[in-house]
Design a binder for this molecule. Structure first.
Ligand code: CMC
Length: 428
């Protein structure tokens, strides 16, 4: 606890608020006693100035465009690490040595299969159901199958639930896709890497041999790594809030999936690809830049802007490189990549985007990569959910183990009617 304070004076109030310092990043004013001392709340819709917790997992410097998992810059992890190692790092705090990594992969991989009865759930969905709606339902339902990992006060059970979620998400995601195209479910292959196994479950069919392309396996792994965690974003905060009531981990992750589905969050890569398709050719870019700048027009340039990054999203740079590699490997000439690059160039020079510090975010190029790899647009957010699961469970574990954790219960500024008497229906 620091001995720095900040004085808040006025309206008959005179309180000293403690100032807390993290290891890096802005200090925070501790307002926990503010209501008791002043009778007032703070007002911060969208939590633009509020730290909801302390955390040691992920750090972002939005002005510098930096992202670090447990202190390691994302660029270094993208170059030298892999998704399983990143999962270990996020969950446990340190990079594993060789033996720890092998054991971790084994422990997670052990859980890739689903209880066979879960397969029947899928028949209850329409074939054209959005896979995110299937994800919300099926992941939430895991709680009814894995009763031995629901006791959140038991650290071991929390770990088993975390492994189960990381391991089973790709299986559920691939099944949601297979169901939509009328192909048989493909069981996990535990001899393959996390990413290769996912590609196989997605794209193989029983009648043909399937060989995983190592370039696509690497691209998939990178996409998983880049999306693995992003500190207190909307879906992670949702998971923490759901978990703060003591809800089971499967229900909490289902709530995170629901939040991620929105177009302002995980749905942005799907929305971005649709936008690029709608623009269609380089000569129509100016028209859409105009729409994005027009206050009367609700249109926004998808894949641009970020609540935290007021500089290049470091993940977007890795994604742009990966897009080029994947398209070259597959021999795909996608005109949408030309539209994206030109759009990025024009927007980065346009005073509207420059002044508002709107830069491409992670979703700007990811859609192009995923499309080239054969993923339908509806699956894009699902892939985000698969990657983010490790971030969600790491943050959830951190919260449960935090002795100062309380049930999340924001306050409000009430603007509605004051008390009035009920009027019977015949008198209204
Ligand atoms: N296109 C045009 N104008 C924009 C855009 C955009 N993409 N993003 C923000 N602005 C403008 C906005 O109109 C506002 O202008 P003004 O100050 O004149 O009212 C200003 O910039 C600030 O916008 P804001 O909505 O107050 O900023 P925010 O921090 O609440 O929103 C955001 C962040 C990501 C929701 C927003 O930038 C956006 O809607 N972007 C498009 C969707 C998108 O790509 N989302 C993916 C986020 S990255 C993946 C993830 O981490 O989930």
């Amino acid at each position: 606890m620091s001995d720095k304070t900040m004085k808040l004076t006025g309206q008959g109030v005179d309180v000293d608020l403690p100032i807390l310092s993290g290891t890096v990043g802005p200090d925070v004013i501790d307002i926990r006693k503010l209501y008791a001392q002043s009778g007032m709340f703070t007002y911060d819709p969208g939590f633009t100035s509020t730290a909801s917790c302390d955390s040691s997992i992920t750090y972002i410097d939005g002005d510098l465009g930096e992202l670090q998992y447990r202190g390691y810059p994302i660029e270094q992890l993208a170059e030298h690490s892999d998704f399983m190692e990143v999962c270990y790092l996020l969950l446990k705090g340190e990079l594993p040595n060789k033996e720890e990594k092998a054991k971790f992969i084994n422990d997670v991989t052990y859980h890739t299969m689903l209880h066979e009865q879960i397969n029947h759930f899928f028949n209850g969905f329409r074939r054209d159901a959005h896979p995110m709606s299937i994800m919300c339902g099926v992941v939430g339902a895991l709680a009814s199958f894995y009763h031995d990992s629901l006791d959140i006060s038991d650290e071991h059970q929390r770990l088993v639930a975390s492994y189960r979620l990381i391991a089973k998400m790709p299986t559920i995601a691939a099944m949601a896709y297979k169901y939509s195209v009328g192909q048989p479910f493909v069981y996990p292959d535990n001899n393959l890497s996390y990413s290769a196994n996912f590609l196989k479950m997605m794209f193989s069919v029983p009648c043909e041999e399937y060989k995983v392309n190592p370039v696509l396996e690497k691209a998939m792994d990178l996409i998983f790594m880049l999306h693995a965690d992003h500190e207190q974003n909307a879906s992670t905060s949702t998971v923490r809030l759901a978990g703060s009531s003591g809800a089971n981990p499967f229900a909490c992750i289902a709530s995170g999936i629901a939040c991620l589905w929105g177009p302002a969050h995980g749905g942005a890569n799907e929305a971005c690809l649709k936008m690029l398709q709608e623009i269609g050719s380089v000569d129509r870019i100016q028209e859409y830049i105009g729409k994005a700048k027009d206050k009367e027009d609700p249109f926004r340039l998808m894949g641009f802007g970020h609540r935290v990054y007021k500089n290049f999203d470091p993940r977007a740079k890795v994604m742009r490189e990966t897009a080029h590699k994947v398209l070259a490997e597959l021999g795909v000439q996608d005109p949408l990549l030309d539209v994206a690059m030109e759009l990025e160039k024009i927007a980065l020079e346009d005073p509207y985007f420059v002044e508002k510090r709107l830069y491409p975010n992670v979703d700007f190029y990811s859609g192009i990569i995923l499309k080239a790899m054969g993923f339908p647009t509806e699956m894009f957010t699902v892939l985000f959910a698969v990657s983010r699961t490790v971030g969600w469970v790491s943050q959830w574990n951190e919260m449960i183990a935090d002795p100062i954790q309380k049930i999340g219960r924001p306050r409000q500024l009430f603007l509605g009617e004051t008390q009035r008497d009920f009027v019977k229906i015949e008198d209204r």
